[in-house]
Ligand binder design. Structure first.
Ligand code: PMT
Length: 458
């Protein structure tokens, strides 16, 4: 996609077009990909492998200013008809009183392993068996370390060792504590043992600093707990999805870009997650927050996106290129702002790497799905791209004024070798769900042809 932003009046001529873009194109520029730790994001979340609707939840509350948010979380969980047994550490009791949680949960709060009366009512082993899910929110750096170390020095850690229920943690701490190698190693250890790490979010912190370390909001945590997809059509599958535009810098203040908002690609990512997939979203510069449970990598240029996609598709089952990637990039970058020295300006552009074609050309490519943005002859051009780029599937949309780009609705024509399906104009969220259902079906039929002979599980 090409259009010029910030270069009004520029006469763009495609000089010196370097057309020979090889499939094994190597990008030289470093990309500034970051794993965004957003308010609705799971960093490297392992596949959701627990019951989708736990009705008996042990909520562990540890010491931290975010403990007050756990009170709201109890309400959100109870709204979903869960029984919530709160277990507080000694530190947590310094921030919020057990009485608050007792009032909200309707159950006496457990604070000690040595409370004879509470143990007589329900011993800690019974409590560990009673739980269908253990959620620790907020999870301090200390509890992460103690869990990783297999300690059993208070009720909460003992319970976590004794339970067979899945355990989730919602970290909350100062961003430097979160970034510390010790904490990250502990988190890796917990993940490797199947503990689900929800967050943290990035933003203002109680200490006055900024960065990743905020506990997810109660709504996001409750939604995450109740959205485990065990039998979705993409459960167990890793998907990489690109979304949004790319920006090709001309000088420090100008770039070439296009009108993509990223809405379509983000909706596809959320729909894939809801179908059970583990999703990595490679996002160009967009103003959208990360859908919950999705790993996001931010990039800016086509070259950065190329590298990020190639790194992410290793081991992936499906790649979906919904991004509006630049077809051409400036042949040279002016390190200082270009001056108005003449009536006309000639920009020399060269071909940007074709990410989609390069993925489809890998020795063992994932199931590769492209998008085609066309203003006319939609089906003809899209089918040409399907064949030329050796794709498994292509989703064509008619673009133009008030169509597809930066809108909340869209329509798609899906094409594959020997088949087609039209998806009517509707919200991008709903459209993405229908699209993902077809992707899952085509994936199943082409990668596991024998599956066509047996009825689908769900
Ligand atoms: O982001 P929105 O505002 O929600 O709008 C959605 C959308 C219109 C951007 C989306 O639905 C869409 O059509 N995305 C693909 C846009 C595009 O670049 O189409 P294309 O026909 O120019 O490219 C064909 C395919 O090649 C696309 O899958 C594209 O990601 C890929 N490509 C293109 C150029 C390039 N250098 N590398 C690529 O991988």
């Amino acid at each position: 996609m090409i259009n010029a932003e910030g270069t009004a009046g520029a006469l763009i001529r495609y000089f010196s077009l370097i057309a020979a873009v090889q499939h094994n194109y190597q990008c030289s520029a470093p990309y500034c990909a970051v794993l965004e730790v957003g308010p609705t994001q799971v960093d490297n979340d392992p596949m959701l492998s627990f019951s989708s609707s736990p009705s008996r939840i042990v909520l562990g509350v540890t010491g931290g200013i975010a403990a007050y948010k756990a009170a709201e979380l109890v309400r959100r969980l109870r709204e979903r008809h869960a029984e919530v047994q709160v277990v507080m550490t000694e530190g947590a009791c310094q921030f919020v009183t057990p009485l608050t949680f007792q009032a909200l949960s309707g159950r006496p709060v457990r604070t000690s392993l040595w409370d004879a009366a509470a143990e007589a009512a329900m011993g800690h082993i019974e409590l560990a068996r009673w739980a269908e899910h253990v959620l620790i929110a907020p999870a301090s750096a200390d509890i992460l370390a103690r869990l990783a170390g297999g300690r059993a020095d208070d009720l909460l850690t003992t319970l976590c060792l004794a339970t067979e229920a899945p355990v989730s943690v919602a970290p909350a701490m100062n961003h430097q504590m979160w970034a510390h190698a010790a904490t990250q190693t502990n988190v890796d250890t917990l993940r490797a043992r199947g503990v689900r790490v929800l967050g943290p979010a990035s933003g203002d912190q109680a200490c006055g600093e900024q960065g990743p370390g905020r506990m997810w909001e109660a709504d996001d945590l409750a939604a995450a707990l109740f959205s485990g997809v065990e039998n979705g059509p993409l459960t167990g599958k890793k998907l990489v999805i690109s979304a949004g535009p790319t920006r090709e810098p001309l000088d420090p203040v100008r770039f070439i870009s296009n009108r993509s908002s990223g809405k379509m690609g983000f909706a596809v990512a959320a729909a894939a997650r809801d179908a059970g997939a583990e999703v990595t979203l490679i996002a160009g510069p967009v103003m959208l927050s990360t859908p919950r449970g999705i790993r996001r990598i931010n990039v800016e240029t086509a070259e950065q996106m190329y590298r990020a996609v190639h790194e992410a598709v290793v081991g992936a089952h499906v790649y979906i290129g919904a991004a509006a990637v630049a077809d051409y990039q400036p042949a040279a970058y002016a390190p200082q702002k270009m001056k108005k020295t003449s009536e006309h300006l000639e920009l020399h552009l060269q071909r940007a790497p074709d990410i989609l074609a390069s993925i489809a050309a890998l020795e063992r490519p994932p199931f590769t799905v492209g998008f085609a943005a066309e203003t006319n002859d939609v089906e003809r051009y899209a089918r040409d791209k399907l064949t030329r780029k050796r794709l498994d599937l292509i989703a064509a949309n008619e673009v133009g004024v008030d169509r597809a780009f930066d809108r909340d609705d869209n329509a798609l024509l899906l094409l594959w070798s020997g088949g087609r399906r039209e998806l009517a104009l509707q919200s991008k969220d709903q459209l993405a769900r229908e699209f993902i259902a077809v992707v899952a079906e085509r994936y199943r039929l082409t990668r596991h042809p024998l599956a066509a002979l047996v009825p689908q599980a769900s």
